[in-house]
Design a protein around this ligand. Structure first.
Ligand SMILES: Nc1ncnc2c1ncn2[C@@H]1O[C@H](COP(=O)(O)OP(=O)(O)OP(=O)(O)O)[C@@H](O)[C@H]1O
Length: 292
């Protein structure tokens, strides 16, 4: 069964299209990363999935229910971290825990305090008097303590330092390992997703491409070489992405080394030191989507 099913989704703001015909699914038990450059429609999609925004047309099912009429009991099974999340600033840490514990049948107080206590703040500390990253930690504590079936995280990394981000990744790993849980996550810190997701969704100009992380990391490749002065390279059917610093070129492609070598020779490119280099997910993201 799918945790999320999106079919023929179309959305526009004041006539300006975000997507015209978007379809994909997220199977239950998977950890799916939605990647796209700024402004491609990731937050819009999360808003549609949670029923905050009605699409122009198309259908979205979340845990089997239509996204614009999610029942209160189903909402309790979805843990949502919204971009620009709001914490209850007038409450203390202890009041926040007490307040949210009433709403969620599977609330786990230990998970909340396990995350929040690491900040070393008194439980009487007000959320409104915390730093941005500390507030994020409280919000993540609230979401994880809900023990949801589906976790939707829209850019969870906001304001978190490297250590807490790593810690949160550990928490997410434990969460996923604990059973039939689904995670749908967007993050601008692409390298975090490399350690977390099993499936990637690339959202680009209204189109979505779904691929297992493993397949992408093995089939998409990064090559580096030095080109002779004045040579101009452009993207084509073989060259998916390019970065150029002086004569030093980084090239991204689905082609194997031999095919790439003949392709470059066919283009009349004179080069030296061609080699395949290790590719991170962030490299792959840039190679596929470009820098801007
Ligand atoms: N309320 C709105 N009214 C008009 N246009 C909007 C509105 N909200 C978003 N947009 C536009 O829709 C597009 C998608 O925005 P969205 O916030 O979904 O992108 P995103 O992928 O989440 O971006 P980012 O990575 O920067 O957070 C953008 O071009 C944005 O300017």
């Amino acid at each position: 069964m799918n945790a999320i099913e999106v079919s023929k989704l179309c959305h526009r703001y004041k006539g300006k299209s975000v997507y015209e015909d978007l379809s994909f699914s997220v199977p239950r038990g998977s950890v799916c990363g939605l990647l796209g450059k700024n402004g491609q429609g990731k937050t819009t999609l999360v808003n549609i999935l949670m029923g905050f925004l009605k699409p122009v047309s198309g259908r979205c099912l979340v845990l089997g229910e239509n996204s614009h009429s999610l029942s209160p009991s189903l909402r309790k099974r979805v843990g949502l971290l919204h971009e620009g999340h709001q914490a209850y600033e007038f409450m203390t840490i202890a009041q926040t825990e007490k307040f949210f514990s009433r709403w969620y049948p599977d609330w786990n107080r230990d998970i909340f305090y396990d995350l929040v206590n690491r900040m070393g703040l008194s439980h009487r500390h007000r959320v409104g008097q915390m730093s941005c990253g500390q507030r994020s930690q409280v919000v993540l504590g609230v979401i994880m303590a809900q023990n949801p079936d589906l976790l939707i995280l829209d850019d969870y990394s906001m304001g978190l330092d490297a250590g807490y981000r790593r810690l949160f990744l550990d928490v997410l790993h434990d969460f996923v390992a604990s059973g039939d849980k689904t995670v749908f996550v967007t993050s601008h810190i692409v390298q975090d997703l490399e350690q977390l997701v099993d499936t990637l969704l690339f959202l680009d100009q209204g189109r979505i491409t779904k691929t297992p992380l493993k397949d992408f990391m093995t089939s998409f490749k990064k090559f580096t070489f030095t080109a002779e002065d004045g040579q101009v390279l452009q993207k084509d059917t073989v060259i998916t992405g390019l970065e150029q610093r002086g004569n030093r070129i980084t090239l991204y492609t689905y082609a194997e080394m031999d095919d790439l070598t003949s392709h470059l020779a066919g283009l009349g490119i004179r080069l030296k030191d061609l080699q395949q280099s290790p590719m991170s997910l962030e490299d792959g993201f840039i190679g596929l989507m470009g820098k801007y």
